[in-house]
Unconditional design. Structure first.
Length: 159
């Protein structure tokens, strides 16, 4: 009987340690500062060709980009030197290059891996109402909602 109690106690203790380990390993350590720095870097370097959702511009939408590429190291190399990655014969790099009308991405060799991580934090943690703002701006550009001043007024205050 005492062996059973000891077994249950040990089992309970092990489950507690496993649970705490799981929480520690999966705890999101992205700070607001990382996201803010990433937003600034994105706007300075990426926003002319990319969106943070899944919509295409000159380049692909970046939502879920980390799941689409072969590895994070590959992504660092691609961002820093996409023409070099294409010239190396990399199959995925050439697939993207051909898919986007052979339009090469600019080189961003000055970005550190930490800078790229901050940009990814921003992409993975978009600001509230981001999607609504983008759709409203698109509609306003197309002049399809100029009669709806209330919506226009609302979209302007989301900035």
């Amino acid at each position: 009987m005492s062996n059973t109690k000891a077994y249950r106690s040990t089992k309970s203790w092990l489950y507690s340690i496993l649970f705490l380990t799981f929480l520690t390993l999966n705890f999101n350590t992205v700070s607001a500062q990382d996201v803010e720095v990433g937003q600034k870097l994105f706007k300075q370097n990426c926003a002319t060709c990319h969106r943070i959702d899944d919509k295409k511009l000159t380049g692909p939408g970046l939502a879920g980009v980390e799941e689409r590429v072969p590895s994070k190291e590959w992504l660092y190399e691609w961002i820093k030197d996409s023409p070099g990655k294409i010239a190396s014969g990399d199959a995925y790099a050439n697939k993207i290059f051909n898919e986007y009308k052979k339009s090469a991405m600019s080189q961003f060799q000055f970005l550190s891996n930490e800078d790229i991580d901050n940009i990814l934090h921003y992409i993975n943690n978009p600001p509230p109402h981001h999607h609504l703002k983008m759709e409203m701006k698109l509609l306003v550009r197309r002049r399809k909602i100029t009669q709806y001043y209330g919506l226009l007024f609302y979209s302007l205050f989301l900035q």
